[in-house]
Ligand binder design. Structure first.
Ligand SMILES: [Zn+2]
Length: 387
């Protein structure tokens, strides 16, 4: 028999409406949400379990839409630490997944780890061997031999790129990650490390196999090509121009912002030494571009890019840059689900979806910092944390 659980809160935010629902309660059957009701509508004796979060607001579990399982931004020189041995990376990934889950992240999207470690992490959580967010994974990131990409693997020419995509597909990747540009603008020149033909090949080959393409791309000509060629998701967009923002707004390309790798001093200070000053130098200009994106009301999702457990901080930065609390909460929930292609399964509190639920104290629509203090986590109907 499927277990029926009643989850009661003082307020409920479903991920869609712009207001909280008072006395919101959720009936969970097995892994899924059966219905959303009012606490007063039901007789408690008809449930196997009752989770009483009176005084708290219940909302959808969060989605970290851009991370890497084995990356840990709290480590010195953390990007180079992606060269650590696979056993070290595996142990780190296991610890990071737990940290993510306890911070309220019930789903994450990983943009490349070494040797299909992300596929193993996904399967390990699915099989119940490890605790962590459900993962949507990119497998081996694809970068140009001369290009940027600390976690990417080098490939040259259209044939190698199309073979790399087929290898990823066989290994179990959920989508494809390519690196078009570096991160900094330097002297104003923002080269595309992949040629237009290589980007086109990546998109066509992935689409033929039913996979989406995500790209690390901050601007320049490569961004124009990618938008023209039908890129599915744009990651970072740090140096996007006014005209590219207009183009993005008219396109079907979805946007993922990663803010703390630029705005958090501690993370910037953990970059390889030769990259630290450049990031501080370009912070103001990048901040301007990010504000313009938000002013243009382009929907976005949020990612920590290896700052595990830090999605609440991403939300804080999004609000600082001008996003409303509502836009930011949607970025951390339903928009992330859309980018992962699983919006029918999670991202909002709707009957039929997985019971991915968190509880916070106070009203996150008024105070975004409530996300920092997670009081309860339920993943696919299973209670993970209640404090
Ligand atoms: Zn990344």
């Amino acid at each position: 028999m499927v277990e029926r659980i009643l989850i009661k809160g003082s307020f409920l935010w479903d991920g869609i409406s712009e207001d909280l629902r008072p006395e919101g309660a959720i009936i969970v059957e097995g892994k899924k949400i059966k219905s959303i009701i009012s606490c007063t509508e039901t007789d408690s004796s008809s449930y196997e379990k009752i989770l009483d979060f009176s005084g708290l607001t219940i909302l959808p579990g969060m989605i970290d839409c851009h991370t890497h399982h084995s990356m840990d931004a709290t480590l010195e020189n953390y990007l180079d630490r992606m060269k650590d041995s696979i056993p070290e990376l595996t142990i780190r990934a296991t610890a990071m997944m737990k940290k993510d889950l306890l911070s309220g992240v019930t789903t994450c999207r990983t943009l490349g780890d070494r040797e299909y470690l992300d596929v193993a992490c996904r399967e390990s959580v699915k099989g119940g061997l490890t605790e962590g967010p459900r993962s949507i994974v990119a497998g081996k990131g694809i970068r140009a031999a001369n290009g940027h990409g600390f976690v990417g693997y080098p490939f040259n020419g259209t044939e190698e790129i199309s073979n790399a995509i087929k290898e990823n597909l066989t290994a179990g990747a959920d989508f494809i990650k390519i690196y078009i540009t570096g991160t900094l603008r330097g002297g104003g020149n923002l080269p595309s490390y992949l040629t237009k033909e290589e980007i086109e090949t990546a998109i066509i080959t992935a689409h033929e196999a039913g996979l989406r393409v995500a790209s690390h791309c901050v601007g320049g000509t490569g961004l124009d090509w990618a938008l023209d060629l039908g890129l599915d998701t744009l990651e970072h967009a740090y140096h996007i121009s006014d005209t590219q923002i207009e183009k993005l707004a008219k396109s079907n390309t979805l946007l993922v912002l990663t803010l703390s790798p630029i705005l958090n001093d501690e993370i910037v200070n953990h970059y390889p030494k030769h990259l630290i000053q450049g990031h501080f130098d370009e912070r103001d200009i990048i901040t301007q571009s990010l504000k313009l994106i938000i002013d243009a009301s382009i929907p976005f999702a949020l990612g920590t890019d290896g700052n595990h457990g830090g999605l609440a901080e991403e939300a804080k930065y999004a609000v600082k840059l001008g996003a409303s609390n509502f836009e930011t909460l949607q970025a951390a929930t339903i928009n992330g689900a859309k980018i992962c292609g699983i919006e029918k399964e999670t991202g909002s509190l709707i009957p039929g979806k997985f019971a991915d639920i968190i509880a916070v104290e106070g009203n996150p629509l008024e105070k975004i910092s409530t996300l920092k203090n997670i009081k309860a986590v339920i993943q696919q109907g299973k209670l993970i944390l209640a404090v």
